[in-house]
Design a protein around this ligand. Structure first.
Ligand code: ATP
Length: 235
């Protein structure tokens, strides 16, 4: 097991929003977390990446406990997050944004190689490397956000709503690249409201409702599940 989340509880102030969730991600998998607005999907990712701290339970990467480490140490251990809404730096160029993602590396050769890898995955970013990120299209900004996370050469890539606000054709293209990234050895855990796209990409999925995981199954089984179809796939 590469990543293990055990009986995780998280509070905002006095209000508990994750009520003891358990999930696992094996090396090489793509795992999707589905659920309605407010189910706790983003909170789960932000706790794995160390931005939020749990009130109870643990998170383990290769059996190493992560839940007491600061976020930058968690990146060094191999977990990189693509935040919801991309959060790129609009007044910096594409290249400068990518370099920020390489803060864990000391050597320039490693950074240059990672940058070339990102440009191979997203050729449009290579063409636009000197362009200010704020002038990129929504789809290009999402590619940049993914590219920036890849600059740390993560074992696990966490993605929060990668399809948000994108036209269907772009979602398809970005999800194809995510598959390619996975085939190149990066394990993926993604949160999505676009359940259909997510389950087509993923090997397995979890369904969250108000701070609990209520279903866990293979993507194929979830796509065929009448309750999932009714609630998340438009009937
Ligand atoms: P969405 O897709 O809308 O982001 P989500 O499934 O990712 O939904 P979370 O953002 O994790 O859900 O939110 C889970 C719960 O925690 C919600 O009830 C939300 O209102 C609450 N919450 C989220 N962020 C905060 C915050 N900073 N302070 C207080 N409550 C919060």
């Amino acid at each position: 097991m590469l990543l293990q989340v055990v009986d995780l509880k998280v509070k905002y102030g006095n209000i508990e929003v994750l009520h003891g969730i358990n999930l696992e991600v094996r090396e090489g998998e793509i795992v999707a977390i589905l659920g309605a607005n407010g189910a706790g999907k983003s909170t789960t990712l932000m706790t794995i990446s160390g931005i939020l701290k749990p009130s109870h339970g643990g998170i383990y990467l290769d059996k190493t406990p992560l839940h007491k480490l600061p976020a930058h140490e968690i990146v060094k251990l191999g977990i990189a997050q693509v935040p919801e809404g991309r959060r790129i730096f609009g007044t910096l160029t594409v290249r400068e944004n990518l370099k920020l993602g390489a803060f864990t590396r000391r050597n320039d050769a490693g950074t240059a190689a990672a940058e070339e890898w990102v440009y191979e995955l997203f050729p449009i970013l290579a063409e636009r490397r000197e362009q200010l990120a704020g002038t990129l299209s929504g789809g290009e900004q999402q590619m940049l956000a993914i590219g920036r996370a890849l600059m740390s050469r993560p074992k696990i890539l966490l993605l929060d709503e990668p399809s948000l606000g994108l036209a269907p054709i772009l979602v398809k293209s970005i999800f194809q690249t995510l598959r390619e990234i996975n085939q190149q050895g990066v394990t993926i855990l993604l949160v999505e409201q676009n359940a259909r796209a997510a389950l087509k990409l993923a090997h397995r999925g979890y369904v969250m409702e108000v701070g609990n995981i209520v279903l866990a199954d293979t993507a194929e089984q979830l796509l065929a599940n009448p309750e999932v179809q009714q609630a998340y796939l438009g009937g």
